[in-house]
Design a protein around this ligand. Structure first.
Ligand code: B12
Ligand code: SF4
Ligand code: SF4
Length: 456
């Protein structure tokens, strides 16, 4: 059997959802990446300026081909554009909510969040719904770097077994490799106008991993671009980060602003961030290829016949859902108060009183699913519940989550922005405490949020 084919088959056995082979010489894309950085589109992500990124031979001199792998992380819960933000009086997110009847027809929409005890109708004493936050789909569960790397190492062992003496380098996300440049030439998907790699059967909710190898493997044919005349992602982006089709100014992207940026978020973007407290899914949520009903329409109306492919009939099956249970939303459960610890429960919820920002006793814990009424999942979580996580709780709960990347300072900063955008004055006491914290970034965003809430 052809060596490349054997490797791809073993990749699927190991548990990857997609596998393809790209040539090394994707020079036009790598040059594009270099120019992209020169334009300053990388914001403060200086690691994207590493010259090794623009020539994979600087990473592995013997490199000849690139094995590209995809692992689906999509847990089948409704999109950010389909859920309520709570009271949402101060929203300026620019997201066009789907019409009610659209939501009703959408097979992805299921009532209520996936945790027993959290009925999705969380209210405070006066019956007002509690605003909900949005955490990006990729960060609902366990950190993907470890999961991907373990599988990539398994595949690397296979490659070394099949071709003794081969040289390899394995990357997922953090290395000096422009992963999407190779992915889009490996047949596993095309690059959408939202800049994500999209697979026509699986959608775009998948992570990428690559193995640079000294093997000269036969490359796969690139997948045809199936965006057609659609521009839904460009229109939906609240911050105008998709400056033209296929090009993102990352310094405007909510994912960058809430995760990668470690200082103050420019004022102009804060109202547009809406309830996104970690990352943003909007340009993927609106993509027809992540919605089975709409993608069939796109397939029949907007993609030219030359672009069509025999497997179009599989559309109804996507977007694919993950086989990795660790990517499902993590549940955070309140520790029920010990008898000698009577005040702790009160700090957890707004039902019983005002929120506090507590640096003292542990108020939250991460437990297995469905532990009790005070548990909530990271899928569309109540903003007040996130605010009740103590600094020590943040470190412990998110120890194995992508969310730790924001660090406590970025996380509290993001909560302040979401609270300011919520229009809900019940956050005032929490924000007043945040405005006294030693961290100047948190203090300044809390002051901004207070002004926004009071001036609404
Ligand atoms: C920096 C980074 C970000 C930045 C910038 C994103 C961006 N679009 O550039 C920020 C923080 C905003 C970000 C956000 C997200 N990211 Co990110 N990110 C990266 C990282 C580390 C580097 C990307 C990069 O090099 N950007 C620079 C641009 C120029 O490169 P590029 O987007 O890959 O662009 C290619 C095309 O744009 C193409 N191109 C574009 N226009 C044109 C025009 C012409 C003429 C040509 C020739 C080429 C061309 O050239 C480039 C090379 O092919 C990669 C991991 C890696 N090491 O590669 C993950 C990665 C791209 N991110 C990923 C994910 C999952 C996300 C998020 C979904 C997370 C979230 N929800 O918050 C969002 C998605 C936002 C989006 N619409 O892209 C996945 C993508 C998976 C997929 N299916 O595509 C990756 C691959 C990580 C991984 N290993 O899984 N990310
Ligand atoms: S992730 Fe959000 S902010 Fe970034 S480009 Fe997509 S829609 Fe715009
Ligand atoms: S929303 Fe439309 S234009 Fe954007 S990536 Fe999806 S299909 Fe392409």
């Amino acid at each position: 059997m052809d060596l490349g084919l054997a490797i791809k088959e073993r990749a699927l056995t190991i548990g990857f959802d997609l596998a393809g082979i790209a040539p090394l010489g994707v020079w036009r894309d790598l040059e594009f990446s270099r120019q992209w950085v020169e334009k300053g589109f990388n914001g403060e992500m200086s690691y994207l300026e590493n010259p090794k990124r623009f020539d994979p031979r600087l990473v592995l001199p013997s490199a000849k081909s690139v094995i590209c792998l995809g692992l689906v992380y999509n847990a089948p819960f409704p999109c950010s554009t389909e859920v309520s933000e709570g009271t949402g009086k101060n929203q300026e997110s620019g997201v066009r909510s789907q019409k009610k009847e659209d939501r009703a027809r959408n097979p992805l929409v299921r009532p209520g969040p996936p945790v027993a005890g959290d009925d999705g109708q969380r209210t405070t004493g006066n019956g007002q719904p509690t605003p909900r936050a949005w955490i990006s789909r990729y960060a609902w569960g366990h950190d993907y770097h470890q999961i991907m790397r373990a599988r990539l190492e398994q595949l690397r062992a296979v490659v070394e077994e099949l071709a003794p003496g081969v040289e390899t380098r394995v990357f997922v996300d953090t290395g000096p490799v422009v992963e999407r440049a190779f992915a889009r030439f490996s047949g596993i998907g095309w690059m959408g106008k939202n800049t994500c790699i999209i697979n026509q059967e699986k959608g775009s909710w998948f992570f990428l991993g690559v193995i640079l190898t000294s093997l000269e493997l036969a490359p796969d044919l690139p997948a045809p671009d199936r965006c057609g005349s659609c521009t839904a992602c460009l229109e939906a982006c609240p911050t105008g980060a998709l400056v033209e089709p296929y090009v993102m100014d990352a310094s405007r992207c909510i994912s960058y602003l809430t995760i990668e940026l470690h200082c103050s978020i420019p004022d102009e973007f804060r109202p547009k961030i809406g309830h996104n407290v970690f990352g943003c899914d909007i340009c993927q949520d609106v993509c027809p290829w992540n919605n089975s009903r709409q993608s069939s329409v796109l397939s029949s109306q907007q993609v030219t016949s030359q672009q069509r492919h025999s497997s179009d009939r599989h559309h109804a099956t996507h977007p694919a859902t993950t086989k990795v249970s660790q990517f499902h939303p993590m549940t955070v459960a309140a520790i029920h108060p010990a008898p000698e610890d009577g005040g702790v429960r009160k700090q957890l919820t707004t039902e019983d009183g005002p929120l506090t920002m507590d640096d003292g006793p542990l108020t939250t814990d991460h437990r297995p699913l469905a532990t009790g009424p005070a548990s909530y999942s990271l899928y569309n979580p109540p903003l007040d519940a996130l605010a009740s996580i103590s600094p020590e709780g943040f470190r412990r709960i998110f120890a194995h989550s992508p969310i730790k990347r924001a660090k406590l300072s970025g996380w509290l900063r993001n909560l302040c922005v979401a609270m300011g955008n919520s229009g809900d004055e019940r956050f005032v006491p929490w924000l007043e405490q945040a405005a006294k914290r030693s961290d100047p970034v948190v203090r300044e965003h809390a002051a901004w949020a207070l002004k926004r809430l009071r001036g609404k």
